[in-house]
Design a protein around this ligand. Structure first.
Ligand code: GLY
Length: 423
């Protein structure tokens, strides 16, 4: 059988997964809704937005899709996996009930409490006055105010002082900064330590961890500037050793699989826990019910196994029968974005130099579209340039060497991706 596979999204993550799927002998065609100029090189773009669940289900029927692989956050909480499964499509991704682990931070906190998963002390509020009263009752300290619902990665505000926390509460709960997503908030006490994040293939019964990757969230070198979706990543991460990996699996990943199964909504799909490694051990910052972007762009070129074989086995609940293999090479990915991102930036500028990158360097597109035979910028993060190397240093050098061959007006990239891993 030659599978017809569907992805939803238009990021570098979706291009990387589509690129990897297209290499599988078991895959006939990859469809990406809506995709970008890069996904069109490895598959067929479908002009439907990821939140248009009726539209995606119709497209899946029309295109005779056999397999859906969930990668971005938006469609699953809206029930895309539930609907596609009902239509007979094999799905690797969480149902709406399971996707609440990312889509409702309030629900996720309760789930963690029920299942003994270590995380920050927190309270959840749906009334502004009650949230304000709690913050005012606490001694002055650093807090996190988090919109409970999805907020495009921007819904968590670190608040150094009480007055900043009160401002964040007003903005989310009264002024509606994140719409319905911010009407309920989770207020968390700060955790001290260093951050890392894991990914795992999950089939409802077992979770198989990926090697760790490190991403760079701020717009500017040295961790300065605004929070972004991610300006680059490298893998494997330095400093995540085997005993910590075992602890993360036992304390933060396996309890999700067991708890979700026990509560009647087994977790199928990629699970991406954000983690704080404290002096008392690893703690959950948040769970994501998808894979990270740009982490996926550095993971896919290192995945030696056939992604279709792994994900479709997981979708059937047969992950235990698969031996997932990863390359020993390092990968470094550098995101190129328009100057001003993530605040104010221009789009519609021609991209040149794409043809001059080395043949074994991957350029995964995000905010791009084709216009009159030319690739032009179309928003947010534009490209992730990924190179492999025997060492992180070698991969880093090759990634930056190729980044410098690509040009568009006001192109911006961080110059310190993976730097601390080679120093
Ligand atoms: N790299 C951050 C994210 O995907 O949420």
């Amino acid at each position: 059988m030659s599978a017809r596979v569907l992805l939803a999204g238009n990021g570098g993550r979706e291009h990387a997964i589509a690129w990897k799927l297209a290499q599988s002998p078991a895959v006939g065609e990859v469809f990406i809704a809506p995709g970008n100029a890069g996904t069109a090189l490895v598959g067929t773009n479908v002009p439907v937005q990821p939140k248009d669940i009726d539209g995606i289900v119709k497209a899946a029927r029309d295109l005779r899709i056999d397999f859906y692989l969930a990668s971005m956050d938006d469609p699953q909480p809206l029930g895309l996996v539930d609907r596609l499964q009902a239509a007979g499509v094999l799905c690797y991704g969480p149902t709406a009930a399971a996707a609440r682990i990312e889509a409702s931070k309030a629900w996720a906190k309760e789930f963690m409490a029920r299942n003994g998963i270590p995380t920050a002390v927190s309270r959840t509020f749906s009334h502004h006055s009650e949230a304000v009263a709690w913050v005012e009752s606490l001694p002055e300290q650093r807090l996190w105010v988090k919109a409970s619902g999805l907020a495009a990665g921007k819904g968590a505000v670190g608040c150094e002082t009480r007055s900043i926390a009160l401002r964040a509460l007003r903005s989310m709960m009264v002024d509606g900064e994140f719409g319905e997503s911010g009407k309920t908030v989770v207020i968390e006490q700060d955790m001290r330590g260093w951050e890392t994040s894991a990914h795992a293939f999950c089939d409802g019964k077992v979770a198989v961890l990926w090697p760790f990757a490190t991403d760079y969230k701020r717009a500017l070198d040295g961790g300065e500037g605004l929070n972004t979706g991610g300006m680059g990543a490298y893998a494997p991460s330095k400093g995540v050793e085997a005993p910590l990996v075992r602890e993360i699996q036992q304390l933060l990943v396996d309890p999700v699989i067991r708890g979700m199964a026990r509560e009647g909504h087994p977790y199928n799909g990629t699970l991406y826990p954000g983690i704080m490694v404290t002096d008392d051990g690893p703690r959950i910052v948040e769970y994501n019910a998808r894979s990270g972007d740009p982490e996926t762009q550095v993971h896919m070129p290192r995945l030696e196994s056939d992604i279709y074989e792994v994900a479709s086995a997981a979708a059937r609940g047969e992950l235990a029968s698969i031996d997932v293999q990863w390359s020993g090479d390092a990968a470094v990915g550098v995101v190129m974005a328009p100057g001003g991102y993530p605040a104010n930036y221009e789009t519609g500028h021609a991209i040149s130099g794409l043809g001059s990158v080395d043949p074994d360097v991957m350029v995964f597109h995000a905010g791009t579209r084709s216009e009159g035979g030319q690739v032009v910028t179309s928003g947010g993060r534009t490209l992730t340039v990924v190179a492999l190397g025997k060492t992180i240093g070698e991969a880093r050098e090759r990634a930056y060497d190729n980044v410098r061959r690509i040009h568009f007006k006001d192109a911006h990239y961080r110059t310190d991706i993976a730097l601390e891993a080679v120093e």
